[in-house]
Design a protein around this ligand. Structure first.
Ligand code: ADP
Length: 507
């Protein structure tokens, strides 16, 4: 192997070819790129054009692969098509002269180009696009083969390097330089592992215009994805909410009573029906449901809230109806996330407690949403009351209705609130029983997790006067035990807004 090739064995070669006619297309800039590359681990250079080559040669004695690019009417060959080009490159100081060695219509045969390079005492580099061209070039006696032309002889341009060609060419036993679409260090390393003699990197180092485009395009794509609304649903024991959500805004919403006597398949049908008018208007789908969610499967925590069989494949059932993947979370966890991102939490750690048909909870600690059973507070048992009875049985919207009925007032939760507002003793007593239980929950959770804020949501939690009663019940606590309680700033939309944001994050 020649001394010149040895100087960049298993090393980086930097191609310093500015975008033609661009603001950096000047020999002074090319010299700058070349010296910067050599000062930073580059061991060789690839330089196009006589003026650039002369300028760089005057600045360094590092190995240089020289070439001339031409746009010919009569041939697709662009890299060093003529014998005069070879002479000029040799005279300007190239150590290695690269030429297109693809099997296409050309002004001068590859054999003649190779012979001319050798006649000038230089090394011949054949830029090929496939293994047959590589074999032909090796047979002609070229000193080094480059994978440069792979992907550039017709058809759509690939985005990745052609490592299959590299590996095949290496087996021919002649030094092979990996070149073409090597954009990240891992690809350069892979080329070396595959046996490349050297790795040429061009655009990713010396074309800021291309690099800027890569970043700008990625940002634009992310912007487009995040500006497209997200479809979100919140399936609770009382109501089913379906919404189109953009960021923290609900653009459109439909609501329907959840028919507790039906089954998960029917509830999925209802969601699909409510979402049907928005087909094509959303980029992702997120859902929030009462109960436990694990890997897209849904199980009831309390069949009294909604009777779901264990492990119902809800994400799949909805994805097949809506034609897109569905990201699922527990409803209170989704709401906790919504309030953390856009609502009462304002980015501070929080616990969210919903007092609704049942009682649910969600926690965001150190910026992370607890999933699975994490923070699902409604099923916490209260030892003082009756061992094993979940607190939601003793405090939720269903409790209010049941307790009212037991006192001879068969009404729903809103009617209990209305009666309490009129000072009816039975209603105030029922509400206070619920508030007592929820107050203990808040006090205990504050000490267990110490969130910056505890957010109260749900049809009952947000109903007139409930939070005030709760705060009054906790007023006796010393300041270091007392939670800071806020009403859900996103109201009953907390679940869909949180579920939508969580779904967008999976894109
Ligand atoms: P889901 O449990 O389906 O998520 P909600 O958060 O609306 O639905 O909670 C439903 C419970 O809240 C029911 O028990 C309902 O009676 C009660 N509720 C809903 N709205 C009010 C209101 N304005 N005042 C009092 N209770 C309400």
């Amino acid at each position: 192997m020649s001394d010149c090739l040895k100087r960049f064995a298993s090393s980086l070669v930097v191609s310093c070819q500015p975008v033609p006619e661009g603001p950096l297309d000047h020999p002074d800039q090319v010299v700058g790129f070349a010296l910067a590359a050599l000062a930073s681990g580059g061991r060789g250079l690839r330089i196009e054009g006589i003026a650039n080559l002369k300028a760089v040669r005057a600045a360094t004695d590092a190995p240089i692969i020289g070439l001339i690019k031409r746009d010919l009417d009569s041939s697709p060959i662009r890299i060093t098509p003529f014998l005069e080009d070879i002479a000029a490159l040799a005279e300007a100081g190239a150590d290695i002269i690269a030429f297109d060695a693809t099997d296409r219509v050309r002004p001068i045969a590859v054999a003649e180009l190779c012979k001319a390079v050798h006649a000038h005492g230089k090394l011949a580099m054949a830029d090929i696009s496939n293994i047959d061209e590589a074999k032909a070039a090796v047979a002609l006696g070229v000193d080094v083969v480059g994978t440069t032309m792979s992907g550039y002889t017709g058809g759509p341009e690939p985005s990745d390097p052609d490592f299959a060609l590299l590996a095949a060419a290496v087996r021919l036993g002649r030094p092979v330089i990996a070149e073409g679409r090597i954009r990240v260090p891992e690809q350069a390393a892979e080329a070396i592992r595959l046996g490349a003699h050297g790795v040429v990197v061009g655009s990713a180092i010396t074309r800021p215009e291309h690099i800027t485009h890569w970043f700008a395009d990625a940002i634009a794509a992310a912007r487009a994805a995040s500006s497209q609304p997200t479809l979100a649903f919140d399936l609770g024991g009382t109501k089913t909410l379906v919404a189109l959500v953009a960021g923290e805004r609900v653009i459109e919403v439909s609501e329907r009573t959840t028919d507790r006597h039906l089954d998960p398949d029917a509830w999925c049908d209802a969601i699909a029906e409510l979402a049907a008018p928005w087909k094509g208007r959303y980029g992702a789908i997120g859902g929030a449901v009462t109960g436990v969610v694990n890997g897209g499967r849904w199980s009831a925590l309390n069949p009294g809230t909604l009777p779901v069989s264990t492990g119902y494949p809800l994400a799949d059932a909805l994805a097949s109806r809506l034609g897109q993947p569905v990201t699922l979370h527990n409803d209170a966890q989704a709401a906790a996330w919504g309030e953390y991102r856009f609502g009462a939490g304002a980015g501070r750690d929080l616990l969210f407690i919903t007092v609704s048909t049942g009682i649910g909870g969600g926690a965001v600690i150190d910026g992370k949403l607890l999933t699975g059973r994490g923070g699902v507070a409604g099923s916490v048992g209260l030892v003082q009351e009756s061992t094993g009875v979940p607190i939601e049985t003793l405090a939720s919207g269903r409790f209010l209705a049941d307790a009212a009925a037991a006192l001879g007032h068969p009404v729903d939760a809103p009617a209990v609130f209305a009666a309490a507002a009129h000072g009816e003793a039975w209603a105030c007593a029922v509400l206070d029983r619920s508030v007592d239980v929820v107050a203990r929950l808040f006090q205990n959770l504050q000490l267990l997790f110490d969130p910056a804020v505890m957010v109260l949501g749900g049809g009952v939690g947000l109903a007139d006067g409930y939070r005030e009663r709760l705060e009054a019940r906790l007023a006796h606590l010393s300041p270091h035990l007392k939670p800071e309680i806020r009403a859900a700033a996103l109201g009953k939309s907390a679940g869909v807004i949180g579920a939508a944001d969580l779904a967008r994050r999976t894109l």
